[in-house]
Design a binder for this molecule. Structure first.
Ligand code: IMP
Ligand code: MG
Length: 233
């Protein structure tokens, strides 16, 4: 029998799905941020985080389940430091796409964070209620530092001011799925971020901004991504 490792490596038998295959299987999802753009941005964020911490003081990445799982998995492999990670689970959404206003801790950290450099990794900053609750909880445990990295943020929806240290993209007020984000538990495995066409209210050309890592202002012609001039907001 053929050794498993060789079988798995035979590229003529199994190839990863192409972008076209994904879009054929998920015709109801309109791509908002393509996979390549996410990967490029994650690499930038990882490099910036690696610069801001050190081998002696690496961050403890705290992912918020379940949405941040995919982002966290990619991000930690873009940070060439001896990082550790842990997860919390927080429930916040009552109905399918609306915040219930009630935030509840479903799963606490396994790690003691007193004296640690904690970097919270979140999928999206929407109303801000989840992160506001989590930050308060973590602060009481007296970490050496506490920062936030969110892949996406929707400024139009913010109800509370959250100090974001690293942000992937600023997006308009649309309900998005993919790359960890779900609608009724589905779409988390899409390698890109998209909008459900049925819920789409705005024209295709919506501005998606990527905040800067080095104070640059850049524009990506494909999606209208631009990079505002400050990481902190
Ligand atoms: P908050 O409103 O900032 O507390 O966000 C709560 C959580 O709701 C986020 O961490 C996401 O998991 C989820 N969420 C917010 N907006 C979206 C969205 O557009 N798509 C999918 N999930 C979302
Ligand atoms: Mg989340």
């Amino acid at each position: 029998m053929e050794p498993l490792i060789e079988k798995a490596m035979r590229s003529d038998r199994y190839e990863s799905a192409t972008h076209t295959e994904w879009t054929i299987h998920f015709p109801e999802v309109e791509v908002l941020i393509p996979e390549e753009q996410i990967q490029a941005r994650v690499a930038e964020l990882g490099a910036q985080i690696a610069c801001d911490y050190s081998v002696e003081n690496p961050p403890l990445l705290v992912g918020v389940l379940k949405g941040s799982l995919v982002f966290l998995a990619d991000l930690m492999r873009a940070i060439p430091l001896p990082v550790q990670f842990d997860f919390v689970a927080i429930s916040s959404y009552g109905a399918e796409t609306e915040h219930s206003g009630q935030v509840r801790l479903l799963k606490d950290l396994d790690t003691q964070i007193a004296g640690c450099h904690v970097l919270v990794v979140e999928d999206i900053l929407d109303t801000g209620l989840t992160l506001s609750y989590l930050l308060e909880l973590l602060r009481m445990r007296q970490p050496a530092s506490l920062k936030i990295c969110t892949l996406l943020r929707k400024p139009e929806r913010h109800q509370v001011e959250i100090p974001v240290d690293y942000c992937g993209f600023v997006i308009p007020n649309r309900f998005v799925v993919g790359y960890g984000l779900d609608y009724n538990g589905r779409y988390r495995n899409l390698p890109f971020i998209g909008v459900l066409r049925a819920m789409s209210q705005e024209p295709k050309q919506v501005g998606v901004q990527a905040p800067p890592l080095h104070g640059r202002d850049e524009q990506d012609d494909n999606t209208g991504c631009s990079r505002p001039s400050s990481l902190h907001s």
